[in-house]
Write a protein that binds this ligand. Structure first.
Ligand code: GLA
Length: 377
């Protein structure tokens, strides 16, 4: 089964937009392992929109742009596979892709076959130019059926931006992940808006169909297609931690050929990624700091009996987060407390009974792993 845990990879859109080519894809594949992405669990290399010719060929098949991909898509897929990675592509459920290229409406089965022949392992499926009279769930089911019958295992990544209450029906349409938000931008306001828009939707995301809060902007620093302002490294840390705590797929959006050490450190933090990749895929539940609604607390039960705990200061003033273990169902009279480990500092910070409190600068977070231990009361 695909997508037992949230899919991880890289997508061309956030930085490169329509400026994609086989050289870019090959260079990205070449450096993947060296910069530690493979080891951290990233596996899907995905080409987004703007890869095709504006017209299908005389047999109705999609054709890659010969200037961008002169050797064709099979050659690109083979190259990506030769690096031990999986290869992803993009199409759309409407009459055209968002960028105005041919899309798969009424071509679902032949396109799925073409993707299978090229060696595609992942399909992102967008929602632009959707006919008004066909419900979205029919369009996603149709492509899902086509992919299930194309002779190759292809992960289906739906992208309808959460329209039409997608969270209620996407799992039943057969998608392995589904975009629940509009497009991310490389700035703090966008990260905050997207994350908070998913408040109380925890139950709609889990193994085999994860809620995709959009591709990461970590490390873009104001450069590229969706770069509108940029963020500082602490904000990128908070962004990455939110996506991990909320079980979002982790699709990198920066130029991995030119990452700073800090970007690399964020994207490959194995202790934080482990929260996202827990095999049980259980969602975090969330609560608000009682005296400061800007401070959000997420708690994620892990399969080994520990918990991921995230404190997030979404506001613009310094704040404090305080978690009463009572709110996790653990009264101090139980004689138990938690051994806490800081997953960004990579160190145990001690045993706490009853509660844990931390100070948080604006837009900062604290991410902990908590292990139940006996304490003296
Ligand atoms: C939509 C999607 C983006 C990207 C573009 C491509 O806006 O939400 O993620 O795929 O289309 O045109």
């Amino acid at each position: 089964m695909l997508a037992q845990t949230p899919p991880m990879g890289w997508n061309s859109w956030n930085t490169f937009g329509w400026e994609i080519s086989q050289d870019l894809i090959k260079e990205t594949a070449d450096i993947w392992q060296e910069v530690g992405l493979k080891d951290a669990g990233y596996e899907y290399l995905v080409i987004d929109d703007c890869w095709a010719e504006k017209k299908r060929d005389k047999n109705g098949r999609l054709v890659p742009d010969p200037h961008k991909f002169p050797d064709g898509m099979k050659a690109v897929a083979d190259y990506v596979h030769s690096k031990g990675l999986k290869f992803g592509m993009y199409s759309c459920a409407g009459t055209m892709t968002c960028g105005g290229y041919p899309s798969s409406l009424e071509h679902e089965f032949e396109d799925a076959k073409t993707f299978a022949e090229w060696g595609v392992d992942f399909l992102k499926y967008d929602y632009c130019y959707k006919p008004h009279n066909i419900p979205g769930h029919i369009l996603y089911k149709r492509m899902s059926m086509a992919l299930r019958n194309c002779g190759r295992e292809i992960l289906f990544s739906a992208c309808n931006w959460g329209n039409d209450n997608a969270h209620e029906w996407m799992r039943a349409s057969g998608a392995h992940m589904y975009r629940s938000t509009g497009d991310i931008q490389d700035n703090w306001e966008s990260i905050k808006r997207l994350a908070l828009s998913q408040w109380n939707k925890e139950c709609y995301s889990g193994p085999y169909c994860y809620n995709d809060i959009d591709m990461l902007v970590v490390g873009m620093h104001g450069k590229g297609n969706v770069a509108l302002g940029g963020c500082n490294d602490e904000e990128y840390k908070t962004h990455f931690s939110l996506w991990c705590m909320m079980n979002s797929p982790l699709m990198i959006g920066c130029d991995i050929r030119n990452m700073s050490d800090k970007t690399r450190e964020i994207l490959t933090n194995k202790e934080v990624i482990a929260l996202n990749q827990d095999p049980e895929g259980r969602q975090s539940y969330s609560m608000e700091q009682w005296n400061n609604p800007d401070v959000k607390i997420y708690i994620k039960p892990m399969s080994d009996g520990t918990y991921g705990i995230g404190f997030f200061n979404m506001g613009d003033a310094p704040g404090e987060g305080s978690l009463q273990f009572w709110d996790m169902g653990l009264p101090s009279s139980s004689g138990y407390g938690f051994l806490l480990r800081d997953l960004w500092d990579h160190e145990d910070i001690g045993v706490f009974a009853e509660n844990y409190t931390c100070k948080l600068e604006p837009h900062h977070c604290k991410i902990l792993r908590a292990k139940l231990v006996k304490v003296n009361v």
